[in-house]
Design a protein around this ligand. Structure first.
Ligand SMILES: Cc1cc2nc3c(=O)[nH]c(=O)nc-3n(C[C@H](O)[C@H](O)[C@H](O)COP(=O)(O)OP(=O)(O)OC[C@H]3O[C@@H](n4cnc5c(N)ncnc54)[C@H](O)[C@@H]3O)c2cc1C
Length: 321
């Protein structure tokens, strides 16, 4: 939604293209406990400090112990353990610069709020310095955030910026009336990057450790899951065949990863070109085919041949509404 013009665009996903809203804390906990249930040896509250991937194995030093293992999958998120070790992180400059966000609880009943929680839809109001997110969470809580892409106003501390933009939005004023802030205001800086060195001798990086994109299209978790699944399958097979020391183990999968990552990267870049936001999003109503293609990208349906929008993004062609 464009807060200035009031224009809005809605992208419903079809039955076979789904997206889910997840509360990351409980969801990650579930995944972690499930891995243990299926036999993984799990360690909590332990930080990896150093790793050394060698031809005959991997040495790991944590803040508690030392380990030797056959393979390392770096899933350290934006801490990007291997990317920092190899100095292989390339920042992507033209996307969002930082995010400032918090949660609210006890969102009052009302037509607008009830519809938001019923539909589970994400709202993305476009503002002059970037965009806001409004994400309904379980228990009538809302996650709200501001991603800043342009120079931020000098007369305002980063932490106060969110408040300023929430107050300027009539929709958010209505939704948040009487609600209580449920978490501190957090700031995430050093936004989008790609890791040039995503795999090598006895190691591979998945999720944000491989690359991170401005989250306007919520691409982070599905890219994390798809990259993790590919790497896990490949490593599992290589371990059972004793081929895990092959430094090119992930070469083919990496191409698939790049296809997904680059598609979303180009899509986000287009989002920040204001004429494209207008043409592509707000006037897309005129073109149901294009709307369907956008919905497929938003649902993470990236490894297909028949999405004309994706093809034109990758070919660097101009997109029009
Ligand atoms: C402001 C913001 C908003 C976002 N909104 C969305 C959204 O709406 N939808 C979406 O899909 N994605 C969103 N994302 C992106 C999403 O959060 C990430 O893409 C996703 O969490 C990546 O998963 P991951 O497992 O790679 O990393 P993470 O979820 O960050 O997990 C990494 C884990 O590694 C641990 N770790 C780090 N270093 C070490 C170490 N040295 N030793 C041991 N453990 C370590 C961390 O503690 C953490 O538990 C957002 C990101 C940001 C910053």
């Amino acid at each position: 939604m464009d807060e200035a013009t009031g224009q809005r665009m809605f992208f419903p996903l079809s039955i076979d293209r789904k997206a889910y809203q997840l509360d990351r804390g409980p969801f990650d906990e579930l995944l972690f406990r499930n891995a243990a249930k299926f036999g993984a040896e799990t360690h909590e509250e332990e930080k990896v400090l150093e790793v050394d991937c060698r031809a005959d194995g991997v040495d790991i030093v944590s803040d508690r112990d030392r380990y030797r293992c056959r393979y390392l999958i770096d899933a350290t998120g934006r801490a990007a353990l291997m990317g920092k070790k190899h100095k292989s992180i390339d920042r992507i400059e033209n996307l969002g610069k930082f995010a400032v966000y918090t949660h609210y609880r006890n969102i009052r009943a009302g037509e607008e709020a009830d519809e938001l929680f019923r539909s589970g839809s994400i709202h993305v109001p476009v503002v002059d310095i970037g965009w806001l997110w409004v994400i309904p969470l379980s228990g009538r809580r809302l996650s709200v955030g501001l991603v800043v892409q342009k120079q931020r106003p000098k007369d305002c501390e980063v932490e106060d910026l969110l408040c300023r933009y929430l107050e300027a939005s009539p929709m958010l004023q209505r939704l948040l009336a009487g609600a209580e802030q449920d978490a501190p205001v957090r700031v995430e800086a050093d936004f989008s990057y790609s890791n040039r060195s995503r795999y090598g001798l006895r190691h591979a990086c998945c999720g944000d450790a491989a690359g991170f994109l401005d989250p306007v299209f919520s691409s982070g978790v599905f890219l994390a899951f798809t990259s993790a699944a590919r790497i896990a399958d490949r490593v599992h097979q290589a371990l059972s065949e004793g081929r895990e020391a092959d430094p090119d183990l992930h070469a083919a999968d990496d191409q698939a990863y790049l296809l997904g990552f680059n598609t979303m990267r180009l899509f986000v870049e287009r989002f920040y070109q204001s004429n494209i936001v207008h043409n592509l999003f707000f006037e897309a109503d005129r073109n149901p085919e294009l709307k369907g293609q956008i919905a497929r990208l938003l649902a993470g349906d990236l490894w297909v041949e028949d999405n004309a929008l994706q093809r034109s993004l990758l070919a660097g062609r101009q997109m029009t509404g």
